[in-house]
Design a protein around this ligand. Structure first.
Ligand code: OAD
Length: 248
């Protein structure tokens, strides 16, 4: 820790009484599983330019190149397991009356760890859908849809809107939370980055978990510096009901 151990007493006071909890995760929560983040020293965007790969224009220009990049990223995910951070967030569903897990990640690792009803703001890399009629791509199908459109990864690209249901659930959860966690995200990509600010404005106690400071850090009620696989169990496991029976 940079400045010694942080004081967690106020956090535990609030967290023990919290009924509604919302969590926003970013690429950092999967870093300890071996999934590269987008920014930072080892970040994916250091090697590749987003506008050449993650835009609708890039796909129209060169669908093979874009699909290759996503196959490469799917390859990275093969054999990757969720880590302690994902598992802790899955168990957090048992603690609060309302719990919403919102992720910017497309890797599906929260679901693999047992989280249900994950709000996926940026889609999921494991699915393909038609760029014209939105049909899902079946396992045996090639790159072309029966309607004449092309199958593309079901992820949100730069310049595209987020899925409206996902964004409205996320905004609602952030604005009604007593306790909000911003975990492993650089909080620079909007509208996801707005969520901790909305939660804070609406009165939530906001915790940031990140080894590095972010633009949101000065506003966080608690900012812990370190990996989420280390911090989430320390912050969330003590809230588990003692008899092991949480809310259903
Ligand atoms: P970034 O790559 O921008 O940020 C990852 C964050 O995780 C950084 O702030 C790191 O300091 C932090 N981090 C690294 N290791 C960590 C660990 N072990 N535990 C906790 N935190 C750790 O990723 P995102 O904020 O998710 O969008 O990026 C947001 C969006 O930008 C992505 O969803 C993607 C990208 O372009 C789309 O593809 C639409």
């Amino acid at each position: 820790m940079e400045n010694g151990e942080p004081d967690l007493s106020r956090y535990f006071e609030v967290a023990h009484g919290a009924g509604r909890c919302a969590v926003l995760t970013g690429a950092g929560v999967s870093a300890e599983s071996g999934v590269p983040t987008f920014r930072g020293e080892q970040g994916l965007w250091k090697e590749y330019r987003p506008e050449e790969l993650a835009t609708p224009e890039a796909f129209m220009r060169n669908p093979e190149l874009v699909c290759e990049w996503y196959e490469y990223r799917r390859g990275i995910l093969e054999g990757i397991e969720p880590n302690e951070g994902h598992r802790t967030l899955a168990s957090a569903e048992k603690i609060f009356e309302e719990f919403t897990l919102i992720t910017q990640n497309v890797d599906g690792l929260h679901q693999s760890a047992g989280s249900t009803d994950v709000v996926e703001l940026h889609g999921n890399i494991k699915r393909d859908r038609c760029n014209s009629c939105d049909a899902w791509r079946g396992e045996e199908q090639g790159r072309e849809c029966a309607c004449g459109g092309l199958f593309r990864p079901d992820v949100v690209w730069f310049g595209e809107s987020l899925p409206p249901d996902a964004i409205s659930m996320a905004f609602h959860a952030a604005q009604s939370a007593d306790l909000f966690f911003s975990v492993g995200t650089s909080t620079v990509v909007y509208p996801a980055a707005q969520l901790p600010y909305l939660a804070k404005e609406a009165g939530a106690f906001v915790v940031e978990v990140n080894p590095e400071p972010t633009p949101f850090t000065p506003l966080a009620d608690l900012s812990v510096r370190g990996p989420s696989g280390y911090w989430l169990p320390r912050l969330i496991d003590p809230l588990m009901p003692r008899n092991g029976q949480g809310v259903d």
